[in-house]
Design a protein around this ligand. Structure first.
Ligand code: DAH
Length: 345
């Protein structure tokens, strides 16, 4: 039996020496050390041995077992490391190779409009500023002359997160932020492009839409400045022939307030289905900054006056590019978006 053990050890050591694969190594482990393995079989035969032989054979078998176990585990470790190294080498990336070409995308129509508006106003000396979309009641309403319970808060349906926080319903919220942030209370000339949120959803309204707000505060600002600025703005966006019409309206943060219509650029004011046969399209809200708003945000209304306006960029993009359904602007359909990959619009 001792001979048999030595023979098993010899063969096992040879086989292990020649083994260079994890799978094979595992097979050898089963062959020698497994429940039905050769060494286990020998241990099972020990019952038939004499009292003297039993401990000798038992310790021999255990010694060989330990020896093989040790070799198998260290070899497993080595082979595993080699395998990982091989894999890493095979999967290494040559970062100097040229990348595969991806078709160039196109600028989103809303971004095209935002950039055009920004370029125009920056050329007139305005700063472009932004503010948080999750806004406080204070900046969205109170500092704009809409105290708690004011009925004009219901001019739109707002998404409240808590009683204090809501998704801003208008970029006008940034007016108050800009006035408060200006510690010297010096003149302000800003536009604020940004997303706004209202509970609306149909072909011409979306729960999320884009606005651009304008605010100018300085000494001696009059309605003539507002009128001239909006004329430049609209003619630049919709064509030199565009005419403006100011209709008296109500906004709590301006006094007087106006809705501004532009002459229909489809029919040139003659009347068509786009302008519902009126020749005019309503596009902006505007007015002279309410003295309360100036006062509440640290500006002396005796020294300063100002004007403000706001318009929907989505609507502007729709009119400019003849888009009939606002929802197309938000569905990321490349068939729609790729139409704006042009230099002539
Ligand atoms: N914030 C208004 C709206 O969302 C539009 C507006 C009206 C903005 C008058 C102004 C303004 O700055 O003075 O409907």
């Amino acid at each position: 039996m001792q001979e048999q053990i030595k023979q098993i050890e010899k063969v096992a050591l040879e086989e292990l020496q020649n083994c260079n694969e994890l799978k094979l190594l595992d097979e050898l482990r089963v062959k020698y050390l497994g429940k039905k393995g050769e060494l286990t079989a020998l241990l099972k035969m020990m019952g038939g041995l004499s009292k003297e032989e039993r401990p000798i054979i038992g310790s021999m078998v255990n010694k060989v077992r330990d020896e093989l176990e040790e070799i198998i585990s260290s070899k497993t470790e080595i082979l595993r490391k080699e395998e990982i190294a091989k894999k890493l080498e095979a999967e290494s990336i040559d970062v100097t190779l040229p990348s595969s070409k991806i078709k160039r995308g196109s600028k989103h129509p809303i971004n095209r409009v935002i950039e055009e508006v920004e370029d125009l106003f920056v050329s007139m000396g305005y700063d472009v500023v932004s503010g948080p979309e999750l806004e406080t009641d204070e900046y969205c309403f109170e500092r704009l002359n809409l105290p708690k319970g004011h009925p004009a808060r219901d001019m739109q349906d707002s998404f409240y997160i808590t009683t204090e926080y809501l998704l801003r319903t208008q970029t006008s919220a940034v007016q108050a932020r800009a006035m408060m942030a200006n510690e010297e209370k010096s003149p302000i000339r800003i536009i604020v492009p940004g997303k706004t949120y209202r509970r609306e959803d149909d072909a011409t309204h979306s729960h999320q839409f884009n606005q651009v707000e304008g605010l100018v505060i300085d000494e001696g600002i009059t309605f003539a400045d507002l009128k001239g600025t909006l004329e430049i703005f609209m003619k630049h966006m919709l064509g030199e022939d565009t005419k403006l019409r100011f209709r008296p309206s109500y906004f709590p943060f301006t006094e007087p307030s106006y809705e501004v219509d532009v002459s229909c650029f489809k029919c040139m004011g003659k009347g068509c289905n786009l302008c519902k046969q009126t020749g005019w399209i309503e596009l902006l809200g505007s007015g002279m900054v309410h003295p309360n708003v100036l006062k509440m945000n640290g500006y002396d209304p005796k020294k300063y006056t100002g004007f403000a306006f706001g318009t929907g960029l989505d609507r502007l993009a729709m009119f400019k590019y003849g888009i009939t359904d606002m929802r197309l602007l938000y569905t990321n359909d490349v068939r729609f978006l790729s139409q704006f990959d042009r230099k002539d619009i």
